[in-house]
Design a protein around this ligand. Structure first.
Ligand code: NIG
Ligand code: FE
Length: 408
């Protein structure tokens, strides 16, 4: 039994009843806070909170003074590919020299390059490299991470990736969700036989994933040159039989109708959305599917940003994630993601913080445990340095405003 109280908190941010699943439209502009607050936790769970004027008389093991500091829930990163081998720094230079993402992929770089590296890397080495990324993300304030497979591209290597994700889940105190993204690219062995590759994923890999309980979600890169809307239908309907809920890559370079398919199969989220038409927005209304923007990817690749204003002004919710991966977003810094959302996508600090906490928790299925300061949720939060207000987080882009991270 260990009780802790945090007192004199300049501002306790994102305080809500635990029953709120996500915020949409105009509600995203509201970020509920308590000024000059206290927060009581017991065995890693939030028990109570209030204003210093009502400071409770309670026996605790530890009192932590937070004068001049803000407390907010840890970030939830609902879309990452952090289990990968090596890096793609040489492609980074190719990109500087004028090659596009597509051109690099067509020259044998891109996802297939990462797949080859991963296939040649042992499970132990892959785990070690991935752990460094997880540790770094936690230090930057992330308390939940969704991790995708998709750099294996053979039955064996996809399973290897998912086992590494499971090991991360077992060995870190943060929430981890695993997503099967075997349909990330068409491997060279199946170059002219995409249908054969999809069949292999469905017939050979899905049953093994179910047997070992290696994934929570299923993903597919629904994009011209990768997988079509028909392929998406096929994979999502097969995955449903194994209880895998979709969270899919759609509308990164082209709007080809993947959002409609995601909504039809009750996807938890549809991610990227850099290219979005009016029908896409209409199809998201009356759904429980969370749109997810990945501004780090837009920044790194120099592609358009997800039109956040059109999405939020249409009364929809929006979540933010890092997309941490070696090719299109080699950073897991959610503080910077929140900055980019404000600076490049014209989201207010309130909208961006809501998008990276409560809505992000929903987008990865951990909203019952994380995403807000609520009684009964996990005591996982960021204690800031002495900063002026929560707007300093996006405003002072690239700065480290974190004093301490508390996980459970
Ligand atoms: O989310 N678009 C597909 N997948 C990743 C990029 C993967 C890579 O380039 O390695 C993304 O951007
Ligand atoms: Fe991605």
């Amino acid at each position: 039994m260990s009780k802790r109280i945090y007192k004199n908190i300049k501002q306790l941010i994102q305080v809500r009843p635990g029953s709120i699943a996500y915020v949409a439209g105009k509600d995203m502009k509201r970020l509920p806070c308590i000024n000059n607050a206290w927060l009581l936790t017991k065995d890693g769970i939030i028990i109570d909170y209030g204003e210093m004027a009502d400071y409770p008389t309670v026996h605790v093991e530890e009192v932590i003074d937070c004068t001049n500091r803000l407390i907010l829930p840890t970030w939830c990163d609902s879309h990452t590919h952090i289990v990968y081998a090596g890096d793609r720094e040489s492609e980074f230079v190719d990109k500087i020299n004028g090659f596009t993402y597509e051109e690099i992929a067509n020259r044998g770089g891109g996802i297939l390059n990462s797949a080859q590296r991963l296939q040649e890397t042992s499970t132990e080495q892959l785990y070690e490299q991935s752990c460094l990324r997880v540790e770094e993300m936690i230090q930057m304030g992330t308390g939940a991470i969704e991790i995708k497979s998709g750099y294996g591209l053979t039955a064996e290597s996809e399973i290897k990736m998912l086992r590494v994700i499971k090991k991360i889940k077992d060995n870190f105190p943060i929430e981890v969700k695993a997503t099967f993204l075997g349909a990330h690219a068409i491997p060279s062995d199946f170059k002219n036989n995409k249908a054969g590759y999809l069949d292999m994923l469905i017939k050979d890999v899905l049953p093994q994933i179910a047997e070992e309980q290696l994934a929570d979600y299923v993903d597919i890169f629904c994009e011209k040159g990768y997988f079509s809307v028909n392929d998406t239908e096929k994979l999502l309907s097969a995955s449903l039989e194994y209880g895998l809920i979709p969270k899919i890559h759609v509308n990164q370079f082209n709007a080809i109708g993947g959002i409609q398919t995601g909504v039809k199969y009750q996807a938890l989220s549809v991610d990227h959305l850099e290219e979005l038409n009016d029908e896409d927005i209409v199809s998201l209304k009356d759904s429980k599917t969370m749109p997810v923007a990945l501004p780090g990817c837009s920044f790194f690749l120099g592609i358009p940003y997800t039109p956040a204003r059109r999405i939020i002004d249409a009364d929809l919710p929006l979540a933010l994630a890092s997309d941490y991966n070696p090719g299109s977003s080699p950073s897991g810094n959610m503080n910077l993601v929140v900055s980019l959302a404000c600076i490049k996508m014209k989201m207010t600090p309130e909208e961006a913080i809501n998008a990276a906490t409560i809505n992000a928790a929903y987008a990865m299925g951990v909203g019952n445990k994380l995403g807000s300061i609520s009684k009964g949720k996990k005591a996982s939060f960021i204690i800031t340095k002495s900063i002026n207000s929560y707007a300093s987080i996006p405003y002072s882009y690239g700065a480290n405003h974190i004093h301490k991270i508390v996980i459970n």
